[in-house]
Ligand binder design. Structure first.
Ligand code: NAD
Length: 326
């Protein structure tokens, strides 16, 4: 199979690309992969096995229609990870989010139609639902995004869906909870806290630390995305949830323990504007229809992540100019 992966030099896209090349997912043995990536501050060629005989890297922007018309034909699937992905950056400047996450998605869907390439898998997020005080969202719940990031992801989803209804493009949408794992940019909560604590620096905890998120190991997320790519249904949406719901305070406590640090290194900082209090997914559809079960428990996965950042300072030290976040 020939797969075009957008955003494949970023955190999740690179894990997915390596998984494809290693034949980790059923049906991916011998896969040929084209990674299309703009290499923004979040893209990093060091995340990829550059030089692998079945990997082709194309440096480019998903809003560049001519490039897409050249590169897309001949692929058996497009798995679309490319995005501006950091909520804090969307609060200080939302235009790039609209440009890449909505306009870029429309451009890709459009060229998928004209080039006859599908399925088109749009990798979305649980953040499109907004915030939920109790219970959990299933895929039929309304979208009520609260940050410009989440709104732009919801806009991309709606655009993709419209290409399914209007043009018959085989579009499949996934909505996953927070990911963690090696190679995640140090601007995101877990790597930010791990790298700061490992080097003896304080960490900023938003508000009262009571915001609740579900956590999914990136390798489990990628396995689920691949299942949707090979076995999902056109027009369907799949929640991908891990059942590990923790407050930011609870995540911080675990990181502190693993880094041999202590609570005195935590600084409470004013809450993020529009900060969603709680996310919770009902992920029964992907479990019942596609048989997806996450394999990596949070405590085991987090310990691996701390070890990875401890062992790989040469990867993360150059990224440290990113603004602090949670
Ligand atoms: P990331 O920021 O690490 O990587 C994004 C990649 O997209 C980078 O390599 C960047 O260079 C590339 N890119 C950005 N704009 C581009 C453009 N215009 N054209 C081509 N490439 C471009 O993001 P991530 O954390 O790996 O997230 C990947 C996808 O998964 C995103 O769509 C995100 O919304 C979604 N998602 C992320 C999480 C999470 O916790 N990280 C959870 C659920 C869903």
């Amino acid at each position: 199979m020939r797969v075009l992966v957008t955003g494949g030099a970023g955190f999740i896209g690179a894990h997915y690309t390596r998984g494809l090349l290693n034949g980790e997912y059923p049906g991916s043995e011998g896969a040929e992969v084209t990674v299309l990536d703009k290499l923004t501050y979040a893209g990093n060629l060091a995340n990829l096995p550059v030089g692998h005989p079945r990997l082709r890297f194309v440096h480019g922007d998903i809003t560049d229609r001519e490039l897409l018309e050249r590169e897309l034909p001949g692929h058996d699937a497009v798995v679309h990870f490319a995005a501006e992905s950091h909520v804090d950056r969307s609060i200080t400047g939302a235009s790039a989010f609209v440009e890449t996450n909505i306009v870029g998605t429309q451009c890709l869907a459009d060229v998928c139609v004209s080039a006859g390439v599908s399925p088109f898998v749009y990798v979305s997020t649980d953040e499109v639902y907004g915030s939920i005080p109790h219970g959990a969202w299933d895929e039929s719940c309304p979208l009520a995004p609260n940050s410009p990031y989440a709104a732009s992801k919801a806009g991309g989803e709606l655009m993709a869906r419209a290409y399914w209804r209007t043009h018959g493009l085989d579009v499949r949408i996934t909505r996953c909870s927070n990911n963690y794992g090696p190679y995640q940019h140090v601007e995101k909560l877990i790597p930010l806290f791990v790298t700061h604590l490992l080097s003896g620096r304080p960490v900023p905890l938003y508000g009262d630390g009571g915001n609740v998120r579900e956590w999914m190991h990136v390798r489990d997320h990628c396995a689920a995305v691949h299942l949707v790519t090979v076995a999902g249904k056109a027009g369907d949406v799949y929640n991908i949830g891990g059942d590990t719901a923790l407050s930011n305070r609870e995540v911080t406590e675990r990181i502190i323990r693993l880094c041999d640090a202590d609570w005195s290194q935590v600084r409470y900082v004013p809450d993020r504007r529009g900060h969603d209090r709680r996310y919770a997914l009902d992920a029964s559809r992907i479990r019942e229809e596609l048989g997806f079960v996450p394999r990596i428990g949070f405590d085991e996965g987090l310990a691996e992540v701390v070890r990875w950042y401890r062992d790989n300072p040469a990867w993360w030290k150059p990224l440290e100019n990113a603004p602090a976040s949670g």
